[in-house]
Ligand binder design. Structure first.
Ligand SMILES: [Ca+2]
Ligand SMILES: [Ca+2]
Ligand SMILES: [Ca+2]
Length: 321
């Protein structure tokens, strides 16, 4: 069953998941959503005595951020988990993508080539306050947050081939975590400590785990085709990824130690980039089953897939807060 189409599909997936990105200048034109009053209608207008301003510090409303080329270049959009209210964050024309929500849902890390080559940036959830964190002529891409929100993982080829790096949120302390001659990329930092990533160190891309300092790497998957895009569940016990092992790209889940690898999709089209809903009950991913790359959600057991985007341009790289 293991197909031979892995390489081509893999390349397409990588290209789709990480378009060269760019945007110049920040923008802050996204309107904040004002809380609507849902209590009983006021029968009298309080004059100047009411200074009550309940601080809305509740968990931010659930949103899926994703990357789309519907405007011609790769841009970051957000939408409700039912696909409604699709809205662009940012106004510059340069490509950018791979949005990653901070654990508290208040910031988004991304990569962009707005300053001439791929760098890592962070911005507020509404697209405001965009800040560059890397400054290196090499490619710096695919940011991922630490569970405590204090660090970012990313990959870079600044040292000759693609390796995983970690840095502080202000861009300081950029440290290389992998040193293999094969590409090490698309990391996910699990609650509980391990960093999962895809590596070609043993010849073809497989999923590995390592300690946060890069020590003790352990291979979790072992087959002759590509396994890619690990994504830890919110509780750190499960890992989503995609693989070609059954002949074409499908979504799989396994325990964080690599046990119980289970296929969730079964479709001749490509399925990739799986991520969890915040409660771990659903999975968002992209597929071209309807003719081009669209964002879908399904239950965590693979049932009831629903398409959220419907646009002739590629819609990829979802991340869910
Ligand atoms: Ca760079
Ligand atoms: Ca498939
Ligand atoms: Ca599309």
């Amino acid at each position: 069953m293991n197909g031979r189409r892995a390489g081509g599909n893999f390349l397409l997936a990588v290209l789709a998941a990480s378009y060269l990105g760019c945007s110049s200048g920040s923008e802050s034109g996204v309107e904040p959503t004002l809380p609507t009053t849902s209590g009983p209608a006021p029968t009298a207008i309080p004059t100047s005595t009411s200074t009550a301003t309940p601080t809305p510090t509740a968990v931010p409303v659930s949103l899926i951020a994703f990357e789309t080329r519907r405007d011609g270049t790769a841009q970051i959009y957000v939408m409700k988990p039912d696909g409604s209210e699709q809205k662009r964050l940012g106004t510059n024309a340069a490509d950018e993508g791979n949005p990653a929500w901070s654990p508290d849902g208040r910031r988004i890390a991304l990569h962009s080539s707005r300053d001439g080559n791929m760098e890592i940036y962070v911005m507020n959830a509404d697209g405001a306050n965009q800040t560059r964190l890397t400054n290196n002529p090499a490619r710096d891409q695919v940011p991922a947050w630490s569970p405590d929100g204090t660090k970012l993982l990313f990959w870079s080829d600044r040292d000759g081939n693609i390796d995983i790096y970690v840095m502080n949120l202000d861009g300081t302390g950029q440290t290389r975590l992998t040193t293999s001659s094969g590409a090490d990329q698309v990391a996910s930092w699990c609650r509980g400590g391990k960093i999962l990533f895809a590596s070609e160190r043993d010849g073809n891309s497989q999923i590995y785990a390592m300690n946060p300092d890069g020590s003790a790497p352990v291979r979790l998957t072992n087959n002759s085709t590509r396994d890619f895009n690990p994504a830890c569940s919110p509780d750190g016990t499960k890992v989503l990824f995609w693989s070609n092992r059954d002949g074409n790209m499908e979504i799989y889940v396994m325990n964080a130690d690599g046990a119980s690898q289970t296929r969730l999709t079964n479709n001749p089209a490509r399925e990739a980039n799986p991520v969890w809903s915040p409660d771990g009950a659903k999975v968002a991913f992209w597929s071209d089953r309807d003719g081009n790359n669209e964002i879908y959600v399904m239950n965590a057991d693979g049932s009831n897939p629903v398409r959220l985007t419907n646009n002739p341009a590629p819609d990829v790289a979802p991340d869910w807060r």
